[in-house]
Ligand binder design. Sequence first.
Ligand SMILES: Nc1ncnc2c1ncn2[C@@H]1O[C@H](COP(=O)(O)OP(=O)(O)OP(=O)(O)O)[C@@H](O)[C@H]1O
Ligand SMILES: [Mg+2]
Length: 138
Amino acid sequence: MRQRLSFEFPADTGMLAKIGEIAGDVGGKAGFDHAEISDIQLAVDEACTNTIIHGLKKDPSRIFRLMIQWRKHEIEIQIHESGEPFDPNATRDPDVKASLEDRPIGGLGVYFVRKLMDEVEYLNDENGIKILRMLKRK
Ligand SMILES: Nc1ncnc2c1ncn2[C@@H]1O[C@H](COP(=O)(O)OP(=O)(O)OP(=O)(O)O)[C@@H](O)[C@H]1O
Ligand SMILES: [Mg+2]
C-alpha cells in the first residue's frame, strides 16, 4: 500500500532538522536500514538546502513543498519550488579525485543526490514550478 505525506516549509535553513527527522521516520516505515536512511537524509538535506539557498534565496516569506510517498522498500521524495530557474545539466560532476586544495568549493550537493538515490529527475510543471523528484529502492 502506498502512503503519502505533503508539507509546506518556509525557505529557512532552520527547517532542515525537521525535514531530516521526517525523512528518517518515513525511511524507517518503508523498511530501510540505518545506513540507507542516512543516505536518504543526506540527499534530502542537500536538495532542500539548494532549494532554500539557491532557489528561494533564503527568503522565509517564500515556501516550498515537500512531498513524500512510500511503500515497502521504496521511497519517493519531491520538492516543489517556484524559485530561480535552474538547468541541472549545466552543473558538472565535481572532480572528487582532485586534492582538497585544488577542489572548487561547493558543487557537491547535486552530485551526492544523484549518487545516493536510484532515480533523480529535475522537471518543470505546466505552471513553471520546478520539481526535483528522487526515488530510492532498497
Ligand atoms: N533548487 C535550485 N534552484 C536554483 N539553482 C540551483 C538549485 N539547486 C542547485 N542549483 C544550482 O546548482 C549549483 C550546484 O548545486 P550543488 O548543491 O551541487 O552545489 P552548491 O550548492 O553550490 O554547493 P554545496 O556543495 O555546498 O551543495 C548551485 O550552485 C546552484 O547554482
Ligand atoms: Mg548545494
